[in-house]
Design a protein around this ligand. Structure first.
Ligand code: ADP
Length: 449
């Protein structure tokens, strides 16, 4: 027999609960006298009972009295206790039960406990005494099991609700994500448009610069062209055999020592060299106004500086400025678009020359320096000793359309800064040591990545 787990007091505590709503106990017992005794004892303890003499009437009684607990005699006249349980199971009814066995049938009791019996009672001298205690305990456990399953059900529903909320939130997040993707795509397109716009603005600025450079270009081209003419004249004279030597000042070579064939060949060489020079000027110009897509190539900034300065000789002469170079050599290569970076140098040099206009002639200087900046960058500095940039104006000079020049467009520095930044560098301005401004920019060293 099971050792009672609850005290008599604990069983008595649930007494009031039982009286408020008497629970029905189905007593399945073929011994009529014992059944009546059991029912009487249970009724005295506040339970409602319903009796059945065999398995069949137990099944029939289920409808009238849905039992909270069944006290099941294992050996019934028409079936064994476990057969009744199987029939109940087949009907989809789950009735908690305790089993009553005859003396010496403990093995049966163990088997029935394995089948889910809440407890067992052995029909013996203590049977009637233990009956209300065992029934009380079993009912308490039934109630506990019910409360547990209710709690589990609540938990399951809460879990479901949570899952539902998680699903909803996930869907909301996915939607927000989608919106973000669309926004990012729109931003990317806007950026692309801005870059395109920037490139077009750069192109226009370069064209207008070239317009301003016409004077310089005519001068630059004039030199090789007039040299070509002189050498051609000389050749003509030599071929005409009129004995007249070409003008020594226009024909460089005296190595011929009067030999007309050698003089002719030297002149033709000069013609070809000067032709190349003129061609180079035109090629440089074409490169400068090129409207192609930006190209990313390894570049030597020192070479670029010389090339751009070469295009600006006239600016320097007109500004009556001396231009000096302090270039770290060798300088690591950078990766970038040649035309765009030339444009940056061009803008900085042009501004430097412009800033010298009000300075007294004689001491106007522009210097270009290149150095390493830490381990990862090179630094280019363009310094002048001109008017300088006042602290009030300094924050504005990189704004688009900001200009203090009567005919200025105010786009040079804004274009230059965005070019430098798109190359991964920085462009800024500061005061020169004594007078004037220093524009500095950095560019990342080419690591071949
Ligand atoms: P713009 O040359 O057409 O005015 P920029 O964007 O190149 O356009 O320059 C904007 C302004 O920045 C100039 O008008 C000038 O006031 C100032 N600035 C640029 N470079 C210098 C410099 N080296 N010294 C003094 N001021 C400068």
């Amino acid at each position: 027999m099971a050792v009672p787990e609850q005290t008599f007091e604990a069983v008595a505590q649930s007494e009031s609960e039982r009286r408020a709503s008497p629970e029905c106990i189905l007593v399945v017992e073929d011994d009529a006298a014992l059944r009546r005794l059991i029912e009487k004892s249970l009724a005295a303890n506040g339970y409602r009972t319903c009796g059945a003499a065999d398995g069949k009437s137990a099944l029939a009684n289920l409808g009238d009295c849905p039992p909270r607990l069944m006290l099941l005699d294992y050996s019934l006249p028409d079936m064994r206790g476990e057969q009744l349980l199987e029939r109940l199971e087949a009907l989809g009814k789950h009735v908690p039960f305790i089993v009553a066995t005859g003396h010496g049938s403990e093995s049966v009791a163990v088997a029935m406990m394995k089948r889910g019996a809440y407890d067992y009672l052995v029909k013996g001298p203590t049977f009637m005494k233990l009956l209300p205690v065992v029934v009380g305990q079993a009912l308490e456990r039934v109630r506990q099991a019910e409360r547990l399953s209710e709690a589990e059900e609540r938990l399951r529903r809460a879990h479901e609700e949570l899952e539902q909320r998680v699903r909803q939130r996930t869907a909301e997040l996915a939607e927000a994500n989608q919106r973000l993707l669309v926004e990012m795509e729109e931003r990317r397109r806007a950026e692309e448009r801005a870059i395109q716009h920037q490139a077009e603005l750069g192109y226009v600025a370069r064209l207008s610069t070239v317009g301003e450079m016409v004077l310089e270009l005519t001068h630059e081209l004039n030199q090789p062209l007039s040299a070509i003419c002189s050498y051609a004249q000389a050749c003509k004279r030599l071929l005409g055999g009129n004995g007249q030597r070409p003008d020594a000042s226009s024909v460089a070579s005296d190595a011929s020592d009067g030999d007309p064939v050698q003089e002719l060949s030297a002149s033709l060489n000069q013609i070809s060299e000067q032709g190349d020079r003129a061609g180079e000027i035109i090629r440089r110009l074409r490169r400068f106004v090129n409207k192609g897509k930006p190209l990313q190539l390894p570049l030597d900034m020192n070479a670029l500086i010389h090339e751009v300065s070469g295009l600006m000789n006239l600016d320097a002469r007109m500004a009556e400025a001396e231009i000096t170079f302090e270039l770290t050599d060798p300088l690591p290569l950078v990766v970038g678009d040649r035309i765009q970076l030339e444009q940056v140098l061009f803008n900085l040099l042009r501004n430097a020359f412009d800033s010298l206009r009000e300075s007294p002639p004689g001491g106007r200087r522009v210097s270009v320096r290149t150095t390493l900046d830490g381990e990862d960058d090179i630094l280019v500095a363009v310094e002048d000793n001109g008017a300088g940039v006042s602290p009030e104006v300094a924050p504005l000079v990189f704004d688009r359309f900001f200009t203090t020049k009567p005919a200025g467009m105010g786009v040079g520095l804004s274009i230059s800064r965005s070019i430098v930044e798109s190359h991964g560098g920085k462009l800024w301005v500061g005061p020169a040591a004594r007078r004037g401004a220093i524009f500095r920019f950095t560019l990342p060293i080419d690591r071949g990545e």
